[in-house]
Design a protein around this ligand. Structure first.
Ligand SMILES: [Ca+2]
Length: 219
């Protein structure tokens, strides 16, 4: 293998690895309101100042300030979180594009419960899923955020990601830091490991050459 082809192989392997990890969708719920307490949304969550709505809303949901609701943990990002229950159970749905059919994707998020009221209702449960596909139930009736993850396999270029509250209360499951990324497949892991192996091989070779060959002499 020449140095040139080594560099090309290494670059291709690292590019493939980073592409597999890059998030294709993120939301921290910071751009929808500046209300000091909370604001209830129905129909859509659109960024302040206009632009394309990030989520369509079913029923209604609240964008809640962490200062109001006692979410004092560092797990949530920024000043706002999303309560999936507005006046009752609501939902948010986002269109994911640019997916690759049969590729696995992982939805990561943090979740807690809005415990500011209705404490007789023990559940702050909600479902995470793909519209027309699989879904998974999460429940964390605590203001301390937990890490959640939901994995799905794309059936085409698009999928609708939905978070849906399912308790009859104005105080529901709370989410923050939603991100979606492709899950590296076994052959991609193999390429990453091969890339690391090449890095080590090249480093060894440089050390050997620096000890034996004059500067400027190609291997
Ligand atoms: Ca946030």
């Amino acid at each position: 293998m020449t140095r040139h082809s080594l560099r090309l192989a290494l670059a291709a392997s690292l590019m493939s690895a980073s592409a597999a990890h890059a998030a294709i969708f993120t939301d921290t719920f910071e751009t929808y309101t500046t209300a000091p307490g909370f604001e209830t949304f129905s129909t859509a969550l659109a960024p302040i100042g206009g632009g394309v709505a990030t989520w369509t809303v079913g029923g209604d949901v609240d964008v809640v300030s962490t200062s109001l609701s006692g979410f004092g943990t560092p797990a949530s990002q920024g000043n706002y979180v999303l309560d999936l229950n507005g006046t009752g159970a609501g939902s948010i749905t986002a269109l994911l594009g640019g997916l690759v059919a049969n590729q696995q994707y992982r939805v990561d998020f943090q979740y807690a419960g809005n415990m500011a009221g209705d404490l007789g209702v023990a559940s702050r449960g909600f479902d995470v899923g793909i519209v027309g596909g699989a879904s998974q139930f999460f429940d964390n009736p605590s203001t301390t955020f937990a890490e959640g993850a939901f994995t799905f396999t794309a059936t085409g270029a698009f999928a609708q990601l939905r978070f849906a509250g399912n308790t009859a209360s104005p105080y529901g499951g709370v989410i923050d830091n939603v991100s979606v990324a492709a899950v590296p497949e076994p052959h991609e892991w193999a390429m990453m490991l091969a890339g690391l192996g090449l890095v080590g091989w090249a480093a060894r070779r440089r050390r050997e050459q620096s000890g034996t060959a004059p500067m400027g002499v190609a291997a």
